[in-house]
Design a protein around this ligand. Structure first.
Ligand code: IMP
Length: 181
């Protein structure tokens, strides 16, 4: 029988480490938003497991929504535009928004998404990302809440995919090169 772990070169972050990181961010959010009721916007599909883990540890009122975006860029590297495949369902004007991301890599998606949300007159926007890959950054943007620092490798698991697979593991790992070469 095939199992997923056979395809993984190395487990980078165990489920326990991911849960701990999620709890830590949840407490920071509680503190920073104690007099507010933020909207957690989960970016589909990758951030879904992190959203589920994070939100259950936040002990203040929040509301949740989902967005599905893909980033694309033209001739220049520095500007990103996003294509919204599924938009949020609620009116976010005047709301304090927290984007819940799986990973910030080049930063293009996050930068473009923040710009898009600001155009909708949100009161504020921050980002909580499970993983941060600072060495891969191309645009100047940092998530406000960072779970774990990731090396510059292609990682899968806990929401992150390779060709739609591997999202369902409880850990994050590096894929064996033979899988994608
Ligand atoms: P960015 O716009 O380059 O920051 O990329 C953001 C998106 O690219 C993430 O939300 C992921 O969907 C995807 N991505 C970036 N790095 C990885 C990775 O190592 N594994 C899987 N997906 C990734």
């Amino acid at each position: 029988m095939e199992n997923i772990l056979q395809d993984i070169e190395k487990v980078l972050f165990t489920h326990e480490e991911i849960v701990e990181a999620s709890k830590r961010i949840a407490k920071q959010i509680e503190e920073d938003y104690k007099d507010k009721e933020p909207v957690l916007i989960c970016t589909l599909k990758g951030a879904l497991p992190f959203m589920a883990e994070l939100m259950k540890h936040i002990d203040i009122h929040v509301v949740t929504d989902f967005i599905d975006v893909s980033s694309y860029h033209g001739g220049t590297e520095s500007t990103g535009t996003i294509l919204i495949k599924k938009d949020v369902g609620m009116d976010i004007a005047g709301r304090d928004v927290i984007i819940v991301e799986d990973i910030v890599d080049t930063g293009r998606t996050l930068k473009a998404l923040i710009e898009n949300l600001l155009e909708r007159k949100v009161a504020s926007v921050t980002c909580a990302s499970l993983l941060d890959k600072p060495e891969a950054r191309i645009v100047d943007i940092e998530p406000d809440y960072i779970g774990l620092i990731c090396p510059k490798a292609f990682v899968v698991g806990f929401g992150l995919d390779y060709e739609e697979r591997y999202r369902n593991t409880p850990y994050v790992g590096v894929l064996k090169e033979e899988i994608y070469s």
